[in-house]
Design a protein around this ligand. Structure first.
Ligand SMILES: [Zn+2]
Length: 205
């Protein structure tokens, strides 16, 4: 399994491409600038699905272009995340220049512990981590944790936005910590990927 991090050109959020040498499809975690994704793919590669860490606009703003480019692509999100995809107020894009409302319908809801097979014997596992927003999910693939804005190493989690909840955030951070082991790699919603030894988990509370 290979992971490429792309820093999105508009909001500096991350899009991740998860690929495997043996397969001609890839998976994404969040979607900003689609051109960066396309430029990173080999010609015969297609995007099978995108896993949304939460439906704030900076993590979904390329979604309509993505579906235009890859119409078969499935959007995986939580119950709350689905609401956010279709509401510019919930996804907060209403308060920015260009409101974003998802125009597609190929959405699959994920719940706690749901597993999706990405490649042969390689599964993505769902962990519900509300707190930054009710829609927040963390995804575990092998030793990688895609935490979105639920956990950004050495950055305090933002819980003050609409949809944020301090108490839920504390529970979610504990849950994320319990999934971290010695060789874990954190792939956050903003900033660099990092190994666990570079972390100071307490700084996030
Ligand atoms: Zn966010």
């Amino acid at each position: 399994m290979n992971i490429i991090r792309i820093e999105n050109p508009i909001f500096t959020s991350n899009t991740y491409i998860i690929s495997s040498e043996k397969h001609n499809w890839v998976w994404l975690v969040d979607i900003g600038g689609v051109d960066g994704v396309i430029n990173s793919l080999s010609k015969d590669s297609m995007v099978r699905g995108v896993f949304i860490t939460h439906s704030h606009f900076d993590h979904i703003y390329g979604i309509n272009k993505l579906i235009d480019t890859f119409p078969e692509c499935i959007v995986f999100t939580s119950v709350e995340g689905k609401k956010g995809l279709y509401s510019e107020k919930l996804n907060l894009s209403f308060y920015h220049d260009e409101p974003i409302v998802f125009e597609g319908s190929n959405v699959q809801i994920l719940h706690e512990n749901d597993k999706i097979e990405l490649f042969e014997n390689c599964f993505l596992e769902t962990i519900q981590t509300p707190g930054h927003d009710w829609s927040c999910l963390t995804f575990k693939v092998d030793n990688c944790l895609f935490t979105g804005d639920s956990f950004i190493p050495n950055v305090k989690v933002v819980t003050k936005l609409k949809g944020g909840n301090k108490e839920e955030n504390i529970k979610s951070l504990a849950k994320i910590m319990s999934n971290i082991c010695e060789n874990s790699i954190i792939c956050p919603g903003h900033g660099e990927m990092s190994k666990i030894d570079a972390l100071n988990p307490l700084s996030c509370y």
